[in-house]
Write a protein that binds this ligand. Structure first.
Ligand code: AMP
Length: 607
């Protein structure tokens, strides 16, 4: 049977695993390590380095060594995350030709998927060395909170690396697979995944016969161990500034050394109560005198420095349980994933929140890759009984007339899935509609993320609301979204796979939306319309009830007959507006209906 490797492509470290004779195992690299730093460098001689060897030379070649590329994958140049990385990275990040991100190494530009591809290729080689044969298929994991562009870019990275990525799965889901594999358990499990760059929490139901169903998932793609490192760096830098009046941030090399020292101190403090940060000759005072940095960091200080970050992960857990409509006591197991869960304070906070001791059975650095390997094996082996039901982390929908976000697929819907809704044209003689595909939870479209857009043309000219457009969203098993719009009259169709425009700034999204306003579709049953319709129908019913009486009273005068005719016309107009589902017109008629109703009641009351 064809071998499929599972790769955990991490922000800081990556790991590769395979199922051998029914048992998932992690494959060590040539140095005997089970994880490999997700670092890439180019040396002065133009040689490409990946993994431990790249990490070892990072200090002396900081400008040409890439770390944490995962934070940039699938993002657009003008996104806040990229701006932040540009300001804080020791390597150069520049704008690419498609509003994307490029990394400059020795004067050559690389796209982020190219950099990630080098890491994936290294994992492929590690597996091939171990197996003694070539490997071409892989399951690669991504944070559950990754959006469509980030997933697609990860797939691209696999392709560049010469790997057929047969499935992208979410990291916490992979962890649960690994936890539940072969145990024949039925349990509700929370996976708390705190890694180098991201935080994820997922709640899953592990059912009989190997069914893994994700109930809810949430996270923050910009909250990880590196943020804790940054707090330590701040603490060291400001201490040094107070003592020596020199800002160490000015020096790239010093900053890289600080980064290393901060991470090392943080990891050490997971097993000891205090540690010394010692960086001799960190900078020159400018008077031909080298300065050293030497400071003791205690576990308690580290905990104070990182308290709010850890608290944020707990808040996200709380929210996720609420979304899943579960109480803490319904969670039967908590699985810890990611290097940051080695920090005692993190373990204590998780334990305090869930009121139970986290599972000790899984290895936080390996569990994700093992889960990916399990999924890989299941995909090529028909005999394996395993069903993986993941969910979409964000609601998906389109923008409709009036800048509303009309949801088609709610958050936490099991994927693969597809949903269809019918919309109508929003103005008279509209011959094209623009579909703005969005992801997010807000009712206001501009507050959500724009994923892509396309235009369906060739609609017949007709009064607004008459032409119906059927919009279908589909999410495949990789979590990748495609959207289709169909003119129900001509059956003409347009579709996109959503990969286009994520990462735009809010202003740009707003501008794009303003430009598109005239061409948008309308909700067929908007809440606004439903409200107006109800009000109008209530008035019509009351007017009609009074009609015979009023007619009897006023029919003898010309003025009265005229009033009756006008009232009938208003009622007819209102009915027509309701039939057209034209909310503006219904609202206009409500005024006339109210006047007529008041007049009718007056006439009846006088007699
Ligand atoms: P991951 O993305 O899962 O590989 O996690 C990497 C993160 O875990 C990095 O921020 C590491 O500094 C952090 N980490 C690794 N080992 C430890 C440890 N023993 N104590 C605290 N943090 C750790």
């Amino acid at each position: 049977m064809e071998k499929v490797i599972g790769i955990d492509l991490g922000t800081t470290n990556s790991c590769v695993a395979i199922v051998e004779n029914g048992t998932p195992v992690v494959i060590p690299n040539r140095g005997g390590y089970k994880t490999t730093p997700s670092m890439v460098a180019v040396t002065e001689a133009g040689k490409r380095l990946v993994g431990h060897i790249a990490k070892r030379q990072a200090i002396t070649n900081a400008e040409n060594t890439v770390y944490a590329a995962k934070r940039l994958i699938g993002r657009k140049w003008n996104s806040p995350q990229v701006k932040n990385a540009v300001a804080t990275s020791s390597y150069r990040i520049v704008e690419g030709p498609h509003n994307d991100v490029r990394i400059v190494l020795r004067e050559k530009d690389f796209s982020v998927p190219e950099i990630s591809a080098m890491v994936l290729q290294e994992m492929k080689v590690i597996a091939e060395d171990y197996l003694g044969e070539t490997v071409s298929k892989a399951v690669v994991t991504v944070p559950a909170y990754f959006n469509d562009n980030q997933r697609q870019a990860t797939k691209d990275a696999g392709e560049i690396a010469g790997l057929d990525v047969i499935r992208i799965i979410n990291e916490p889901t992979a962890a649960a697979l690994s936890y539940g594999f072969g145990r024949n358990i039925e349990k509700t499990v929370a996976v708390y995944d705190f890694g180098g760059g991201t935080f994820d929490i997922s709640v899953l139901e592990i059912g009989a016969h190997g069914v893994f169903k994700v109930i809810a998932t949430a996270g923050d793609t910009f909250l990880g161990g590196e943020d804790i490192d940054a707090r330590i760096i701040d603490w060291l830098v400001s201490g040094f500034q107070e003592e020596n009046g020199i800002d160490l941030r000015q020096d790239r090399m010093a900053l890289q050394r600080l980064k290393d020292a901060a991470e090392k101190a943080k990891c050490e403090l997971s097993s000891v109560r205090e540690t010394e940060v010692n960086l001799p000759f960190i900078i020159s005072s400018g008077r031909n005198e080298a300065l050293h940095l030497q400071r003791t960091l205690t576990r308690q200080t580290l905990e104070e420095l990182s308290d709010d970050l850890i608290e944020r992960t707990v808040e996200i857990c709380k929210q996720t349980l609420e979304d899943a409509k579960l109480t803490k006591s319904e969670i039967e197991e908590v699985v810890l994933v990611g290097g940051m869960t080695r920090m005692p304070k993190v373990q204590q906070s998780v334990q305090a929140f869930f009121e139970r001791e986290p599972s000790k059975g899984v290895h936080p650095d390996e569990v994700v890759a093992l889960g990916a390997a399990i999924q890989g094996a299941a995909l090529v082996d028909d005999k394996q009984e395993m069903v993986l039901l993941d969910v979409t982390p964000h609601a998906l929908g389109i923008m409709t007339f009036g800048s509303y976000f009309e949801e088609l697929i709610p958050q936490n819907t099991t994927v693969p899935t597809h949903r269809t809704k019918i919309f109508t044209t929003s103005r008279d003689n509209q011959t094209a509609v623009k579909i703005l595909v969005m992801q997010g939870e807000s009712q206001r479209a501009e507050e959500n993320e724009l994923l892509g857009e396309f235009i369906l043309t060739g609609l017949r000219r007709a009064p607004k609301g008459q032409i119906e457009v059927e919009v279908t969203f589909e999410i495949n098993a990789d979590g990748i979204v495609s959207v289709r719009a169909k003119d129900l009259e001509t059956c003409l169709e347009q579709s996109i796979q959503v990969t286009a425009t994520s990462g735009l700034t809010k202003e740009e999204i707003k501008a794009m939306m303003d430009n598109a306003k005239d061409d948008l579709v309308d909700r067929r049953t908007s809440e606004e319309f439903e409200g107006a319709k109800q009000e109008a129908e209530k008035l019509i019913a009351e007017i009609e009830k009074l009609f015979p009486q009023v007619q009897q009273i006023v029919a003898s005068s010309d003025f009265g007959r005229d009033a009756i005719e006008k009232a009938k016309a208003i009622v007819d107009k209102a009915r027509a507006a309701i039939d057209r589902r034209d909310v503006t017109s219904v609202k206009e008629q409500i005024e006339g209906l109210t006047r007529t109703h008041r007049m009718f009641k007056g006439v009846v009351a006088k007699t």
